[in-house]
Design a protein around this ligand. Structure first.
Ligand SMILES: *[C@@H]1O[C@H](CO)[C@@H](O)[C@H](O)[C@H]1NC(C)=O
Ligand SMILES: *[C@@H]1O[C@H](CO)[C@@H](O)[C@H](O)[C@H]1NC(C)=O
Length: 352
């Protein structure tokens, strides 16, 4: 059987999704006698493995890293009565594609990082390329399946008049899909190398700290800790929590000790030592059911004061001393006022 014909790769301008199409081999018609299928494989130059698709279609849109050459190959597979039910395959045909790589590599933005805050907005930051001239203007573009065309970010963060970050909202449709990003730039008379990357939002999520952290102590001297999932759009079932505790925060540096990593929003901690104050802190992160990785939230912290026996006696003594001394002061004031008021006049007449 002959290989397919006219294998072509075209760039629809979606920052990484390329259209690959081919035509059937000549003189082969699908019939009840035989089925024609194709084995389509693709990768970026430098990857060791090909991704493989078996199909009867003649056109595919697949994702590539545009900063490297895209490589594809297709062969015809024929099987049925016409081949005595043995699968016959053709030779491969190959094609490659590379966007024009303008500018020097050192002109590309550096330290590009993104965090998906509360599953609500994506914030990306970068630094200008080493050889970027002053006055360069950077732009961030993105695309995911569902958008008709690449969109430009509209909410830039600036440093000395230069775009160095960007916030994109309303990306829930892009979760669990490839989000293609391009950061390019223009400067008078200089070409800059664009940065292409593909993000997975769920792996970049950072939740807010857990809320309503409450610590209480039972008669059995156990600490009960409860909290609520953070606000925002973070799916509560997608979180795991890390619990730590420290005792005697009076010391210069609290010695935080891990208690547990768990998905429930409550924990019980035996109190080993009878120190005055215990503190508990909890933070959250996306669990492995929802993502391959994620960022820890900041800590939510709550301290719990336990008064010792001597302290309890002191607490009873203090109000007694306070009330005694205040009645003494009031008594002395009254005596003073009476002395100052003119003789014979009753005390209440001089007031007001
Ligand atoms: C940056 O990329 C976008 C999307 O591909 C494109 O529309 C724009 O013209 C590019 N800008 C520069 C300065 O290359
Ligand atoms: C209890 O105190 C001992 C000695 O002060 C210390 O080594 C230990 O780590 C403490 N335990 C906890 C749970 O804080």
């Amino acid at each position: 059987v002959a290989p397919p014909r006219d294998l072509q790769i075209t760039d629809p301008g979606l920052l990484g999704a390329l259209d690959v199409e081919w035509k059937p081999p000549p003189n082969v018609q699908a019939s009840s006698e035989c089925t024609v299928k194709y084995k389509f494989e693709y990768r970026n130059a430098g990857d060791t493995d090909w991704k493989v698709i078996f199909t009867r279609k003649l056109k595919f849109r697949v994702g590539f890293d545009l900063s490297r050459t895209a490589e594809v190959k297709v062969q015809t597979l024929l099987e049925g009565r016409c081949t005595n039910d043995v699968e016959v395959h053709s030779d491969w045909i190959y094609a490659t594609f590379q966007v024009p790589l303008q500018g020097k590599l050192e002109s590309q933005v550096q330290n590009f990082h993104c965090i998906y805050h509360d599953w609500e907005y994506l914030k990306c930051t970068w630094q200008p390329g080493l050889s970027a001239p002053p006055g360069v203007h950077y732009g961030l573009y993105y695309w995911y399946e569902g958008l008709a065309q690449a969109a430009q970010c509209e909410d830039y963060t600036q440093d000395r008049g230069m775009n160095v970050g960007c916030t994109v909202r309303n990306l829930s449709q892009a979760e669990y899909r490839d989000l293609n990003i391009c950061v390019n730039g223009s400067a008078a008379a200089t070409l800059l190398r664009p940065l292409y990357t593909t993000l997975r939002l769920q792996n970049l999520a950072k939740p807010s700290p857990p809320r309503q952290l409450v610590v209480s102590m039972s008669a059995a001297e156990e600490l009960h800790v409860t909290w609520s999932p953070p606000g925002g759009q973070t799916p509560p079932q997608c979180l795991e929590y890390e619990v730590e505790m420290a005792e005697d925060l009076g010391k210069a540096k609290p010695a935080w000790q891990p208690v547990s990593t768990q998905m429930e929003t409550a924990a019980t901690i035996p109190r080993a030592n009878q120190s005055h104050i215990s503190c508990v802190r909890v933070r959250g992160r996306t669990n492995f059911f929802c993502a391959d990785q994620g960022f820890w939230s900041e800590w939510a912290q709550e301290c719990f004061s336990v008064s010792r026996k001597e302290d309890k006696q002191l607490f009873i003594l203090i109000p007694v001393i306070l009330s005694l001394s205040s009645s003494l002061i009031i008594f002395m004031l009254i005596v003073q006022c009476k002395k100052r008021s003119p003789a014979g006049k009753p005390f209440h007449a001089s007031v007001g």
